[in-house]
Write a protein of this length. Structure first.
Length: 495
């Protein structure tokens, strides 16, 4: 690129064209002054002004319309270059003619002919600019196509394109590896080639067409079984989207496919395990209830006069086992284990649960007045687990026997049961729970009291019960620095 094209590009091709047009319009407007100082007739001056002025107007309009053409802005200098070069050529011709022979009116010639030449240059510039625009656009489109082809071939998911008749028109390497067919075998074949026999191809195609027409494919995932070239059946999930329509054909469809065979197998295995666990829990509960019921019946025949404490302990033990059976079913079966709810006073249930545990020197403060719909056994066990957790991790008493209390956990702790706007809370003034452990405490088997027989099921039950009843369970720090368990979105009843 020479100095002139670089200068025009630096200034701006559109500005140069507009400047030339404006210059010629100003010259045309000022040329009639030559009537005073020259020997031209009024007709000559008028003709010269018209020719130069019209040329200026044409250039100005061409520069104005330049931004509305399909010429790329970075090629405007090409149009301006043609205008300037046409003027240079015409001026050179006129200089040559004036050197060889004399011109009748050199000023008029040097005004009219370059102006007309610049208009001709504008036309040539438009033509050249459009041609170069098409060339650059084609090159960029080719580069963009190569870029997208690279992306398509690089991604791990299978990608395919089908026409309106559901024949493959494009597949990437990942898709050929997924189904086991070569690209040449797939392209031009119907999609039924890879769809498993148990799938209804017609119904699947109709569903996709309907979703494409309704515009619901963006958020929809399809699942299909595919038949590979090796006779294997794989599970895949895929999404589709329409491609822009072409002039000579209908709309194509692009799909992205992912193999989910292993994931589905894991889910089926987990489902089978859950079914076995459910069956085992039901069987175990059934087998345990019979001896527990027998024990409860015979415990009523024991003499309360001779051994009242022993009778109380035996009766309480059987009741506790019966509660544990219900708890086990809840943890194993979730919502299916929940029977019909009853109206429960939280304050009464909390005090009852407190009386069932060894609280030593601990204190219970009940400020709740709520009545909720819940299973009485489960809510009582929830309170009992939280109370035992608070007493176990609470501060030790200052009594002389405190050394023994350390071995069994804290004793000198105050536990509070209070109301929340949409639920209730259980808080204590013990050591609290570190931030890093607040999610782990709900995991099955997590316990800090394994030496004292802890199995890590208490807080697991708490979380499971909250999930079953769709409560929001969270752990924070109480005002006294201890643990605070909050339950929100709890269904209340009016007293």
């Amino acid at each position: 690129m020479g100095y002139l094209p670089r200068g025009i590009e630096r200034v701006g091709g559109r500005r140069v064209v507009l400047a030339l047009g404006g210059l010629y319009v100003v010259i045309a407007a000022a040329f009639p002054i030559t009537l005073i100082v020259g020997d031209r007739s009024a007709d000559d001056v008028l003709i010269i002004s018209l020719l130069v002025g019209v040329s200026g107007l044409v250039l100005s309009y061409g520069g104005y319309r330049l931004s509305r053409t399909n010429i790329r802005p970075d090629l405007y200098h090409v149009v301006a270059g043609w205008c300037v070069r046409a003027i240079e050529v015409m001026v050179g011709v006129l200089l040559f003619i004036s050197a060889v022979t004399s011109l009748n009116d050199p000023l008029a010639n040097f005004l009219i002919l370059p102006a007309l030449a610049s208009v001709a240059g504008l036309g040539m510039g438009y033509h050249d600019g459009r041609a170069q625009t098409r060339a650059v656009d084609a090159e960029e489109s080719s580069q963009e196509l190569e870029r997208y082809e690279t992306i398509v071939e690089t991604v791990n998911d299978g990608i395919f394109v089908t026409d309106e008749e559901n024949y493959f028109t494009l597949v990437n390497d990942a898709y050929t590896e997924l189904v086991g067919y070569d690209r040449e075998e797939l392209v031009g074949s119907h999609v039924s080639l890879v769809v498993a026999e148990e799938e209804n191809v017609t119904a699947m195609v109709e569903e996709v067409k309907r979703d494409l027409k309704e515009g619901t494919t963006d958020s929809k995932m399809y699942e299909t079984a595919l038949k590979t070239a090796f006779g294997e059946t794989i599970d895949v999930e895929w999404t589709v989207a329409p491609l822009p329509e072409q002039e000579d054909t209908g709309p194509d469809t692009v799909g992205v496919v992912r193999d989910v065979t292993e994931r589905n197998e894991r889910e089926r295995q987990l489902e089978r395990q859950n079914e076995r666990l459910d069956s085992f829990a039901s069987l175990l509960a059934h087998e345990l209830r019979n001896p527990v019921n027998i024990g409860q019946i015979y415990s009523q025949q024991l003499s309360r006069e001779n051994s009242p404490k022993a009778v109380e302990y035996v009766t309480e033990a059987f009741d506790r086992i019966e509660d544990m059976i219900d708890v086990m079913l809840l943890v194993a079966r979730g919502r299916e284990a929940v029977s019909e709810c009853s109206t429960v006073q939280l304050a009464d249930v909390a005090r009852q649960a407190w009386s069932e545990i060894d609280t030593s020197e601990a204190t219970l403060e009940v400020t709740t007045t709520q009545t909720i719909d819940v299973d009485d056994t489960y809510i009582r066990h929830l309170f009992r687990n939280l109370f035992e957790n608070a007493v176990e991790h609470g501060p030790t008493s200052s009594r002389p026997e405190a050394d023994d209390a350390v071995e069994h956990g804290g004793t000198d702790v105050t536990v509070t049961v209070g109301d929340l706007p949409t639920g209730f809370f259980v808080a204590d003034d013990g050591a609290g729970i570190p931030d890093d452990d607040r999610e782990a405490i709900f995991e099955t088997g997590y316990t800090t009291a394994s030496g004292n027989g802890g199995m890590g099921l208490g807080l697991t039950f708490v979380q499971e019960m909250a999930d079953v009843y769709e409560w929001e369970c969270s752990v924070t720090e109480s005002d006294a620095g201890g643990a605070r368990f909050e339950f929100e979105n709890v269904t209340k009843t009016s007293v």
